[in-house]
Design a protein around this ligand. Structure first.
Ligand SMILES: Nc1ncnc2c1ncn2[C@@H]1O[C@H](COP(=O)(O)OP(=O)(O)OP(=O)(O)O)[C@@H](O)[C@H]1O
Ligand SMILES: [Mg+2]
Length: 972
């Protein structure tokens, strides 16, 4: 196969693929050692002598390892890697081969006419994986594998390659050759160059891009001094060593940096949830690097990349961000963050090859602004993925999401996993929710407008990347119009609020800037002809349907063809098809005539020519004496006069020459029509060019308004999230939490939003519970039967904290919450055997982290810590945890356990309260769980009841009962 599994973004310089046949390890020739090659090298040492080693067939030379020069050399950049000398393969294949050599870590997809094709070993290997027929094409060098698909199915196949198989795909597009290149390329119209490398983290607008989630590409940069120290987080601008993170979603333009430590790295990465992590190449060579150890086991897609420019200064990469960057002060970032951001931008630019990327300066995230949620807690609380199946259903996100836009949904997800630590921010968000809650009509109007907007953050970004077509322009114009409507609606709502001090909307409205975008929207609506555009889509859909039918046929034919004859045969096949269908070209215009002065003039010219055409047709019919005469064009015959039936006499028409005939029709070449037809063609092509020019102009205007439109999109997302929380609150009867700087929780009538929804769907009710922790009682020790709601209680209080600091109302009758800086959750059991970690080991690792990190402002929930070992050991560990939390961490904690003895052992802990749930037994032997928490200790777990309900055989239950009786006397 010859494919290398490693994700090496650049070819390690001067590695010689063809030398593998000689079993020589990669080497790097030095100028000094050139002469020792002893190979014929037409260009001499300067012109890369090793090229002659790459020639196939007879010219292949076998070398012995000891004949090769050794030692380091000056390496030239990747771009200087020349193509193979001499076309051994047919030219297109040679172009593919060259691209495969230049991008050895990628699957190369090459555009050939209306198809994307795979060749050589890529076709052989990936063809079957993509369910494509693999054909052999005969060439003078031997048969070559090939497989392909119609160009409009690109997204479908990219999804399999990039998303499912996690491959990097190099997309090779046709670039029209100018005259000299055409001669050089043996008459070929097109050169094929890699336009973009598509990787999981660098998707732009592919259809398989998840609309509900960000698609982040993350880079991690370790400052040299931090590999030995823990690299604690320093202030911005500090030059101290640290671990720098930079992540960008190039589909939306969101760009962030953050500094962290090795200790927090794994959690920081989990919160970002990147689709791809890019690391410097040097890490791959150090398998035991601390960084790789931290990332290992979390199943990240890691790409190693060799930056062309090492340690690029901010000034270097700032240029990448163009004028959209605005004010950029590098001293507001840490050194390691700048390192990560520069490296990330270099990687992204390499992947985008020919596309632009216009980003704003990265937003610096500071851990101190957000509630810290570590990786295990995020999983345990099932914030956006369920613990067992990794699904959305059953998560907090799923239970609370009522957003109407995709951008709003993405913002909600971001906020849920990074709740705020700022009272001001949280209250602003809550005020907005409350305002929408109090005015259902306003909320519905805003919601309706928002749901009609396009995904503007991503749409705008498409233009920033030099993409975006007429449809996108229209969608943008519509969204700008809707943004204006939203703005007007909120302004009039503000007038109604006149009595309220400082309307909650004023801040948001101030952030909207509509001047430039409104002008742009007007220009777009004046320029683009919606009807013409939909007509064009209909035509494209027809063509696509025809092509699908022909695709397999053409591909299999290509496989059978002999070298060099492909172009001809395919062409003749195509003209055969088209000659039957073409009459007058179906031309639709996507721009209105009024889009530009030039367009108006060109259309007038075309109208005149059309009139002349009508007249000519009329005259010819009269002269020939038949109404069955039409003026036509086909790809086979060009402009011709078509006569149906045997009536009429074309001899009367001056210079008419018969060029084809059938039983019932005849075609003639008539100079007058040839001349007029060419003029018509010319006029149409001028209109097309002018349309493209206007489109380019509009795109450029979008780019000018980029920053404004990005900010407007953020405002729309924020409104959507607020409306979503208000709708949820109305549906579920949530309450506005009161947040303060104290270190206590006081929740009355609290519920678990996900469990309650589950129970309600089965017609069951959820029992609410109060939770007062932090002041009189800093730790609540909870005992009680299995299945009686201990774990649910623990999690619901953690989720209420998360929701409150996200800026949402909460599932309770009353909630007063002191801001939580870090939330920790140790629940359930899990093992990680692959990483050599048993169930108990995992439990202890997680517990250790909590005890090391929790502060007096933190909130900890621990569920059955110590259960994975003997009761004695478990009790000892459980007690040690309680002791540590109480005396050292001094945080709020809920601790559930079946070890009742812990209640006795902690009697001296003044600020530890014992609570329990119960089982209610009736005389007829039936029982029910009482999920209401009460003060006290329940020393019965009633485990056998659960076993019975679970269907354990009767005999086994009887045995268990007997054993239990025997054991219960000397209670633990
Ligand atoms: N407050 C409640 N109101 C109604 N039903 C509840 C409540 N709390 C829990 N339940 C129901 O009881 C089930 C078991 O709850 P949970 O897992 O919290 O029990 P547990 O006490 O932790 O049990 P175990 O000791 O076996 O871990 C839940 O899945 C839910 O269906
Ligand atoms: Mg439990």
């Amino acid at each position: 196969m010859g494919l290398r599994p490693a994700f090496v973004a650049n070819v390690p310089r001067f590695r010689l693929p063809s030398l593998r046949a000689c079993q020589i390890s990669p080497f790097r020739p030095s100028p000094a050692s050139c002469p020792t090659f002893g190979l014929s090298s037409p260009g001499g040492c300067q012109s890369q002598p090793w090229r002659s080693l790459l020639v196939r067939g007879k010219r292949t030379t076998t070398l012995k390892a000891n004949e090769l020069p050794q030692g380091p050399i000056d390496a030239a950049p990747l771009d200087n890697l020349d193509d193979d000398a001499g076309p051994a393969y047919p030219t297109v294949m040679q172009q593919v081969r060259n691209n495969m050599r230049k991008f050895p870590h990628c699957v190369v997809l090459t555009r050939v006419g209306n198809f994307y094709e795979l060749y050589f070993e890529h076709a052989e290997h990936y063809g079957p994986l993509l369910a494509l027929k693999v054909a052999h094409k005969k060439t003078s060098v031997g048969p070559v594998f090939m497989a392909g698909f119609p160009y409009f199915q690109l997204d479908r196949f990219l999804k399999i390659l990039v998303q499912d198989l996690q491959k990097h795909v190099a997309l090779s597009e046709e670039i029209r050759n100018d005259v000299s290149s055409k001669i050089k390329a043996g008459g070929l119209m097109f050169d094929r160059q890699i336009s973009r490398i598509i990787t999981p983290g660098t998707l732009i607008d592919e259809k398989f891009l998840d609309p509900w989630e960000n698609n982040y590409c993350l880079s991690i940069h370790v400052d040299p001094s931090s590999s030995s120290s823990d690299g604690s987080e320093g202030p911005a601008g500090s030059q101290s060593g640290g671990v720098g993170l930079a992540w960008v979603d190039i589909s939306s333009g969101e760009f962030f940096t953050q500094s962290t430590t090795f200790g927090s790295l794994s959690s920081a990465v989990a919160l970002i949830g990147p689709r791809e992590i890019v690391l410097e190449q040097s890490h791959q060579d150090h398998k035991n690097s601390r960084l790789l150890q931290v990332l290992e086991g979390d199943r990240h897609k890691i790409t190693f990349h060799e930056a062309k420019v090492q340690n690029q200064s901010p000034d270097g990469w700032v240029a990448t961000l163009k004028e959209t960057l605005g004010e950029f002060k590098s001293d507001s970032y840490q050194h390691c963050e700048l390192g990560a951001a520069g490296f990330l931008l270099e990687f992204v630019r390499t992947q985008l090859q020919r596309s632009d990327i216009a980003l704003e300066a990265p937003v610096r995230r500071q851990a101190s602004e957000y509630m810290s949620i570590d990786k295990n807690t995020m999983k345990a609380l099932e914030l956006k993925e369920t613990l067992r199946e990794g699904k959305l259903e059953g998560t907090l996100l799923h239970a609370v999401r009522r957003t109407s836009t995709k951008g709003g949904a993405r913002l909600l997800t971001q906020r849920l996993i990074s709740p705020s630590l700022s009272l001001g921010t949280i209250n602003e968000r809550l005020d907005l929710v409350e305002r929408f809650l109090s005015d259902g009509v306003l909320r519905q109007r805003i919601g309706g407008m928002l749901s009609s907007t396009a995904d503007s953050t991503r749409l705008v970004q498409k233009f920033a990347m030099g993409k975006g077509d007429a449809d996108d322009l229209l969608a943008l114009a519509k969204t700008i119009q809707l943004t204006e409507d939203v703005s007007n609606t909120l302004e009039s709502a503000m007038l109604d609020d006149a009595t309220a001090p400082g309307s909650v909307f004023s801040g948001l409205l101030n952030r909207l800037s509509l001047q430039g975008p409104k002008r742009l929207a007007r220009r777009i609506s004046v320029a683009i002809d919606e009807e013409g555009l939909s007509e064009q889509h209909r035509i494209e859909a027809d063509e696509a349907a025809t092509m699908v039918g022909l695709a397999a046929e053409v591909l299999s034919e290509e496989g059978e063809e002999k070298t060099g004859s492909k172009g001809k045969q395919t062409k003749s096949k195509q003209s055969e098809r088209s000659s039957n269908s073409d009459t007058v070209p179906r031309e639709v215009w996507i721009m209105r005539r009024s889009a530009s002065k030039a367009l108006e003039r060109l259309h007038r010219d075309l109208d005149e020519l059309d009139e002349q055409r009508e007249e000519l047709c009329h005259e010819l019919r009269e002269t020939a004496g038949t109404s069955g005469l039409t003026l036509r064009w086909s790809s086979g015959l060009g402009h011709h006069v078509h006569v149906k039936g045997s009536k009429g006499n074309m001899l009367n028409v001056e210079s008419a020459r018969r060029i084809s005939s059938s039983k019932s029709t005849q075609s003639y070449s008539v100079p007058l029509w040839n001349f007029l037809g060419s003029k018509l063609d010319d006029a149409r092509s001028r209109i097309r060019s002018e349309e493209q020019r206007v489109c380019r102009e509009l795109r450029a205007e979008v780019v000018l308004n980029l920053v404004k439109m990005r900010r407007n999109a953020t405002v729309l997302d924020e409104l959507d999230v607020a409306c979503s929380f208000a709708t949820l609150t109305e549906e579920k009867g949530f309450v506005r939490p009161l947040l303060n700087h104290r270190t206590s929780h006081n929740i009355v009538g609290g519920k678990h939003p996900v469990v309650e929804a589950g129970l309600l769907s089965q017609g069951r009710n959820f029992t609410s519970n109060a939770c007062s922790v932090g002041e009189d009682e800093r730790i609540l020790l909870i005992t009680g039967p299995n299945m009686a709601g201990k774990s649910t209680f623990l999690r619901q209080n953690a989720l209420i904290s998360v929701l409150a600091q996200t800026g949402s109302f909460v599932p309770a009758q009353f909630a007063e919450i002191g801001l939580v800086d870090k939330i920790f959750s140790r629940v359930g059991s899990a093992d990680n055997l692959y990483q050599d970690q048993s169930t108990f080991m995992v439990e202890m690792l997680e517990t250790a982290e909590i005890l090391k990190q929790a502060t007096p402002r933190s909130f900890v929930i621990m569920d059955e810590v110590g259960r994975g070992t003997t009761p004695e050991d478990g009790i000892a560990v459980g007690y040690a945890c309680l002791h540590h939390l109480y005396h050292i961490n001094k945080c709020r904690a809920l601790f559930a356990t079946h070890f009742h003895k812990l209640a006795d052992m902690t009697e001296g802990f003044e600020k530890l309260g014992c609570y329990c749930t119960d089982v209610e037994e009736s005389a007829d032997g039936t029982f029910a769980y009482v999920h209401r928490l009460r003060k006290g200790v329940n020393r019965k777990s009633h485990a056998l009841k659960v076993a019975q309900v679970a269907g354990m055989p009767k005999e086994a239950i009887e045995v268990a009962n007997e054993v239990l009786k025997g054991l219960e006397t000397p209670a633990l």
